[in-house]
Design a protein around this ligand. Structure first.
Ligand code: PMV
Length: 321
């Protein structure tokens, strides 16, 4: 939670999509989970000047209502506008600083995490509160600006900070993870724009509708079966379903040689299953690993060319209780 005295600080986690990306845009279920140890941070301070936002990564800042010096600042400005209008602030003042440890354009939900952390910090600055439900909607609006046609899964998992079983238009279902899952994440080092990956799948869908729909349905089935495996702690089965999901994503044409190589390397080193995660065409892959195999899989991924490797344990625990 953001604290109630300045500076008003807040944070939000990165996320992985465990199963079901892309098909989720077409109404299939998907499973996503937060990475609590990898986060975006926001810090708001009162001031007498019009509300501004400064990104420490981009080393740039912009104030609400002033001309943006370049296009990359526009979404940040829209973030200030969306939040200020939600909180009913007609002439908002203050300084907001954002910083993120989450790689940008890597399929780990950095945009959603920055938006969630920033809006929570602004709520504290303005002396207002925001429910998770409303925050989810506000972050979704920001996701629309970033991605065009988001399914809503990124904002949901980042705001609620719990593993979720998500299906567009259905009530949110928080998942119970029976046994902790060790996940190793490897970055191909190739930045990927979710918008591009989603439009590549859209083109495929328009050209070969029924074959593509079949793949979506299979992915949805895999996600639904994986839910049972997670909830009953059948990690071997979960791993096999992840690998099956990767095979289906390859059929959609959004894997890449780097992703395939990392997936293969992790399996050869003993992972129970592996797949690309997020938009694909680059970005990150994930492997489900038995705890004792984590070092071997990490090493294998490095040797196979991963630009960055992190691991974390997926378990139930909510951060804010
Ligand atoms: O690349 P990311 O982390 O934004 O994940 C995108 C997931 C997709 O299913 C490809 C798109 C979506 O909106 O669900």
């Amino acid at each position: 939670m953001p604290c109630n005295r300045p500076p008003f600080k807040s944070s939000a986690p990165a996320k992985i999509i465990l199963l079901g990306e892309h098909a989720v845009v077409y109404g299939m279920p998907a499973i996503a989970a937060p990475i609590q140890s990898l986060r975006a941070y926001a810090c708001a301070q009162p001031s007498d000047t019009p509300l501004s936002i400064r990104s420490l990564e981009f080393e740039k800042s912009v104030a609400i209502g002033s001309p943006a010096s370049d296009d990359s600042l526009r979404p940040l400005q829209q973030l200030l506008q969306i939040a200020s209008s939600y909180f009913g602030m007609r002439k908002p003042t203050g300084d907001l600083v954002i910083r993120s440890d989450i790689p940008v354009a890597g399929g780990l939900g950095s945009g959603a995490a920055v938006s969630a952390a920033a809006i929570r910090a602004l709520a504290a600055l303005f002396g207002r509160s925001v429910s998770n439900e409303d925050l989810n909607q506000l972050v979704f609006e920001m996701e629309r600006i970033h991605h065009g046609t988001p399914s809503g899964i990124d904002n949901t998992v980042v705001v609620y900070e719990r593993p979720v079983y998500f299906q567009r238009g259905k009530d949110l279902e928080l998942l119970t993870v029976k046994r902790p899952c060790h996940i190793v994440i490897a970055d191909t080092g190739r930045a990927t724009m979710t918008r591009e990956a989603v439009s590549r799948v859209r083109q495929r869908y328009e050209q070969r509708q029924s074959a593509t729909e079949e793949v979506f349905v299979s992915i949805g089935q895999v996600a639904s079966n994986a839910r049972g495996a997670l909830e009953s702690g059948k990690l071997g089965q979960l791993g096999a379903l992840m690998s099956e999901n990767h095979r289906l994503l390859r059929q959609l044409g959004i894997s890449s040689p780097e992703l395939d190589e990392l997936v293969d390397a992790s399996i050869a080193a003993g992972a129970m299953g592996a797949k690309l995660s997020g938009g694909g065409m680059g970005g990150n892959m994930i492997a489900l690993v038995d705890g004792s195999t984590v070092p071997a899989v990490r090493r294998a991924l490095r040797q196979a060319g991963a630009a960055r490797v992190v691991d974390f344990v997926l378990s139930l625990g909510p951060v804010y209780s």
